[in-house]
Write a protein that binds this ligand. Structure first.
Ligand SMILES: *Cc1c(COP(=O)(O)O)cnc(C)c1O
Length: 351
């Protein structure tokens, strides 16, 4: 009888929160879909596609549009099916079996999964009071002969951002490859984009799933100097990004004004959500700590977080409990209000 190998036996499929008909504040997506104007353009682009042909393996136009939007060199960019695919390509290519990779916990769960499948040794460094100790990370990575350090900045789930200078120090100090996942950097201001040329051990990841409202398309990008980008191009499957996602993503990225407007609305939602939570926090002192985050979600440190998440789900609001924190995505104004009202009620009832 066929038996799965040990590494597969240890894995479970990712299960998103079951939340049929609920207010969805659990996945850090944008609450805004794409503007009509862009959808019309994208449809026109799709009408012109040769559906019988393979897509452009380099996603040339898409990478140009990305590079133009972020003012980076398009020769430093590679596109993929979401940053999830890039994480998996990086682990399969840049790590040999038994080599060490490091994460700074808690962090995005896909990192551990990628390392596990690559049969790498996981060096899990802890955050302290949700903060990163840069010196400790450098020291641990080099002592443990870590070949790859991967972390999100701003961090999912803590929402906290590490300043540019600190990140530069990390990349300089660590001997291995540093994968800097900037999935939420559109909501903050500490990006290292544009500096990739000056580091021979840095890969930056960006995604269209958060600020840009294209989670359905699965588009992610890696940005690095050409030596690393060429290695990624060689390691990926040739036709990884399908023609429809390439066409749609290009159409969207060519509208910086619409993207900026959407970003402004998400930032306003964050202000409302964090403001509302701060008010509730003042009313119920000591019940939770709201982390001063720079993402499109709020992170709450709360004693019975898991129970609160369950109670909210029963009342029709889906949020996540992950890495010891409650994580609430910034929603549409009415969604934020519904969450705040129900969250406040739960605190009142469990006083
Ligand atoms: C959401 C998220 C991503 C995005 O993944 P995609 O595959 O591009 O949708 C990557 N990293 C982190 C930390 C995230 O939270």
């Amino acid at each position: 009888m066929y038996e799965l190998n040990e590494k597969l036996k240890a894995l479970r499929a990712y299960v998103p929160v079951e939340a049929e008909g609920c207010v969805r504040l659990d996945a850090n997506e944008s609450f805004l879909s794409l503007p009509e104007e862009i959808i019309a353009e994208a449809k026109a682009a799709i009408n012109k596609l040769d559906f019988n042909r393979y897509p452009d393996p380099s996603a040339t136009e898409l990478c140009w549009a990305f590079a133009e939007y972020y003012k980076v060199d398009s020769g430093h960019v590679v596109a993929a099916n979401g940053s999830d695919e890039l994480i998996s390509i990086i682990f399969s290519g840049f790590i040999m079996r038994g080599e060490a990779f490091a994460t700074i916990e808690p962090d995005f769960s896909m990192y551990a999964q990628g390392g596990h499948l690559a049969e790498a040794r996981h060096v899990a460094i802890s955050k302290h009071g949700w903060a990163v100790d840069v010196d400790e990370v450098i020291e641990t990575c080099n002592r443990e002969n870590v070949r790859l350090l991967i972390f999100s900045n701003p961090c999912n789930p803590t929402s906290l951002v590490l300043g540019r200078e600190q990140v530069r120090r990390l990349v300089h100090g660590v001997n291995g490859l540093v994968v800097l996942d900037e999935a939420y950097m559109d909501f903050s201001g500490q990006s290292l984009l544009g500096e990739e040329e000056s580091f021979d051990n840095l890969i930056i990841l960006r995604t269209c799933s958060k600020a840009m409202g294209m989670a359905a398309l699965r588009l992610g990008f890696a940005i690095a100097r050409p030596e690393l980008i060429n290695a990624l191009r060689a390691a990926k499957s040739p036709y990884n990004v399908n023609s429809m996602s390439q066409a749609l993503g290009t159409a969207v990225l060519k509208h910086p004004e619409l993207l900026q407007e959407a970003l402004g609305r998400i930032m306003l939602s964050r202000k409302e959500l964090l403001g509302g939570l701060a008010e509730i926090g003042a009313k119920y002192p000591g019940r939770f700590i709201l982390l001063p985050g720079e993402t499109n979600f709020a992170a709450l440190d709360m004693e019975n977080g898991r129970a609160v998440q369950q109670q909210l789900l029963e009342r029709g609001v889906a949020i996540r409990y992950t890495g010891g924190l409650l994580r609430v995505t910034c929603g549409a104004p009415e969604e934020n209000r519904e969450f705040l009202e129900k969250f406040g009620k739960i605190l009142e009832e469990t006083k």
